[in-house]
Write a protein that binds this ligand. Structure first.
Ligand code: AHM
Ligand code: MG
Length: 336
């Protein structure tokens, strides 16, 4: 059997988006996002030779401003999105304030993103990622942050890109299936490689993923759940990259659970609701998993239902397959 390496009918991301929406502006938007992710790929892969490591704001020996990779990635995304002509408001992890696109170039979409997530991994070439979520302006609005401060049910589509041993985008439209696209560097396109991604039926590999260095600060139910994972008949493996995109990607593909819970130092956890929690929750749930913040006042709270009260609001995260998230819920129920 010879393998044909050339697909005369490649399903590129662009073609996939065109086939699945009648909205031409959304095709333009996704094209701009894909282009910025290709630029970020180039910057990540050339970071060493291009001297992109280190702190922003430093001046290098030749007197040029050194740009930290995450600042550069942010500029790449903002420039692509502003000039796409289809965006009204941008919220980036890197910008304290929202970016309101000037009227001449303004369009109907509002995009929240973390251009290069996993900051602690950037300078040692460990996997990093981009996360994004897309909303539409509310009727009558010219584009304000209020268009983004809505629950995840208003999110039109969401995705992440893992810059890793391969570069892969995982993307979903609201209510749709989850699809994977690998960047084929020989043609410079994201090509469809995973159809309808779903959590392993039986829960998959027994893996828990959390920064256990924080465990003394965790709530008792989280401590108990992790203890159960470790002491059960089939002990769980610990896997934690420290880049949300990489940890979530593995969790969907192999199974398991990812936690960045609230603790007594950070009552809302660490991760940001708008451009980390909601897009990942949408992807996880549409792949058949559960994305929760935990249990409050006897009720299970899902990430998707939360309304951010500020663009950089945080939320606790407990995401994964049903088998494993249920273990956490059970500990909350026990604790009452
Ligand atoms: P960042 O936005 O500063 O990169 O922080 C987000 C990252 C996530 O990718 C990751 O899951 C988490 O922070 C890791 O945090 P910690 O280093 O506390 O374990
Ligand atoms: Mg981040």
């Amino acid at each position: 059997d010879t393998q044909n390496q050339f697909d005369a009918d490649a399903l590129t991301l662009n073609r996939f988006v065109m086939a699945n929406t009648h909205d031409h502006d959304l095709v333009i938007l996704m094209n701009a996002i894909a282009t910025s992710c290709k630029l970020i790929t180039s910057a990540v892969q050339r970071a060493g030779v291009a001297k992109l490591y280190g702190l922003a704001g430093e001046v290098n020996s030749t007197g040029d401003d050194q740009k930290k990779l995450d600042v550069l990635s942010n500029d790449m995304m903002i420039n692509a999105l502003v000039n796409s002509g289809v965006c009204a408001v941008l919220v980036s992890e890197e910008n304290e304030e929202p970016i309101i696109v000037p009227p001449g170039r303004s369009g109907k979409f509002c995009v929240a993103f973390d251009p290069l997530d996993g900051s602690s991994n950037i300078d040692c070439n460990v996997s990093v990622g981009t996360i994004f979520s897309v909303y539409e302006r509310r009727p009558g609005s010219n584009g304000t942050v209020e268009d983004l401060l809505r629950n995840g049910g208003s999110c039109l589509c969401a995705g992440y890109v893992a810059y890793s041993s391969a570069v892969e985008m995982v993307f979903t439209f609201k209510g749709g299936d989850v699809h994977g696209f690998c960047l084929d560097s020989t043609i410079g396109e994201f090509v469809h490689t995973r159809n309808k991604m779903v959590f392993p039926e039986d829960g998959g590999k027994r893996i828990y993923s959390a920064n256990e260095g924080n465990s003394i600060h965790w709530d008792q139910p989280i401590k108990d759940a992790v203890e159960l994972f470790k002491s059960g008949e089939k002990a769980y493996a610990a896997r934690y990259v420290g880049s949300m995109v990489a940890d979530i990607h593995r969790t969907i593909l192999y199974g398991g659970i990812y936690l960045y819970p609230a603790d007594n130092k950070s009552p809302k956890g660490k991760l940001r609701l708008l451009y980390e929690g909601i897009p990942m929750a949408m992807i996880i749930e549409q792949a058949g998993g559960i994305a929760s913040t935990g249990m409050f006042e006897g009720k299970i709270q899902s990430v998707i239902d939360l309304v951010p009260d500020a663009i950089h609001a945080k939320c606790p995260i407990i995401m994964g397959g049903k088998r494993d998230v249920q273990v956490v819920y059970d500990q909350y129920k026990k604790a009452g």
